[in-house]
Design a protein around this ligand. Sequence first.
Ligand SMILES: NC(=O)c1ccc[n+]([C@@H]2O[C@H](COP(=O)([O-])OP(=O)(O)OC[C@H]3O[C@@H](n4cnc5c(N)ncnc54)[C@H](OP(=O)(O)O)[C@@H]3O)[C@@H](O)[C@H]2O)c1
Length: 220
Amino acid sequence: MKVLVVGANGKVAKHFADLTQDHTDIEEKAVIRDPGQKAFFDKRGIETTVLDIVHNSIEEFAEAMNDVKAVIFSAGAGGSGLDKTVMVDLDGAIKIMTAAEKANVKRFVMVSTFRTGRKQMAKGIENDWPLKIYTIAKNYADEWLKNRTELDWTIIHPGTLTDEEGTGKIKVGMGNRHGEVPRQDVAQTILASLENDSTIHKEFEVLSGNEPINDAVKSV
Ligand SMILES: NC(=O)c1ccc[n+]([C@@H]2O[C@H](COP(=O)([O-])OP(=O)(O)OC[C@H]3O[C@@H](n4cnc5c(N)ncnc54)[C@H](OP(=O)(O)O)[C@@H]3O)[C@@H](O)[C@H]2O)c1
């Protein structure tokens, strides 16, 4: 299966790119926004396309999806400003969902944040929490995916991401206490989600844990 990765140059997605090297059933097409990022993917034999979520159109993204069967959204504005958070994490995510529907690509894996939902947003409003706009953006992107599309979605809610080496073991479910998870394990979880259609129309938290990733993903 060929998969378009949006946010391919990100830290989670680069682990995903490495994992595809041992998975001949998954072929990546990487969306980068700077041609200078191409070398990493060339080295791994991964096709790249240069597109920017903010500046390119839904039609241009749909065209890039012509030959793929799934989309992974792992992009994020990071700390580049609240305007970018709205343009990338909210509007950008919806642009990519709309492009997928236009291109008739059904399978969509969203890398969300640990906890979204109204309760979490309310907490941010009361405490002037620095991540409140980000959480609101991620929440409505998730809501759009679940309620406004016909896509075969999976929403992954990782805890705080670390650059520790992955353990290959995670904890899934919903309503867990907040914790951390290595980016490498999140990348493996994305891959396992693509390989397990039982994750379609499911959302789940991902934290470091004791269950082998594939078994954990199968259990959601
Ligand atoms: N940090 C955490 O603890 C945490 C926790 C839960 C969930 N998450 C989410 O997990 C996801 C992946 O995290 P990560 O650490 O891999 O993030 P990351 O390293 O910051 O990667 C984000 C990627 O998005 C790309 N991007 C940003 N704006 C773009 C635009 N306008 N057009 C195209 N691409 C754009 C960036 O491109 P460049 O490489 O060109 O900058 C980068 O490659 C993100 O959605 C993040 O919100 C993070």
